[in-house]
Design a protein around this ligand. Structure first.
Ligand code: ZN
Length: 143
């Protein structure tokens, strides 16, 4: 079977990172999964509400390992959802809004090298960089 794809010789990732700013997101999904190393984590899906970026999806993973739970705590604190000494309910955080301070990271698959900031092409090999938005911190929603 043949697929006809317009402009197939010029495909790009089509992904422009969000700006390295503090943006507001609604928590739209939270699922428990396993990392590649087999450790438990929560995978969050956040939908941007900030003007100009509405509807953009951001994915973030927070480890559930004891030494890394601060990231889960940070997002639950920022959401304002109820929590107690033993945890929180995922249903309570879904729909809550949080602010996320984003940065931009660029990664070259060919060289397996990451560069900070929004770098379009790898400085070593010229390949198009895969860009992502790591979250530097979560804060209560400003909207
Ligand atoms: Zn490279």
């Amino acid at each position: 079977m043949r697929f006809e794809i317009p402009d197939f010789d010029n495909v790009t990732t089509g992904f422009d990172p969000l700006p390295a700013e503090r943006l507001t997101f609604q928590i739209t999904k939270c699922e428990q999964r396993q990392s590649k190393a087999g450790n438990p984590k929560l995978s969050w899906e956040l939908t941007c509400q900030s003007p100009g970026h509405e509807g953009r999806i951001l994915f973030d993973d927070t480890s559930l390992l004891p030494q890394a739970r601060f990231a889960v705590k940070a997002i639950v604190n920022a959401s304002g959802a109820p929590q107690d000494a033993s945890g929180f309910d995922i249903d309570d955080v879904i729909g809550c809004s949080v602010d996320a301070q984003l940065s931009i990271q660029s990664y070259c698959k060919a060289c397996e090298v990451a560069e900070g900031g929004d770098v379009e092409k790898c400085s070593s090999c010229g390949t198009e960089m895969k860009r992502s938005n790591p979250v530097d911190g979560y804060f209560p929603s400003s909207l």
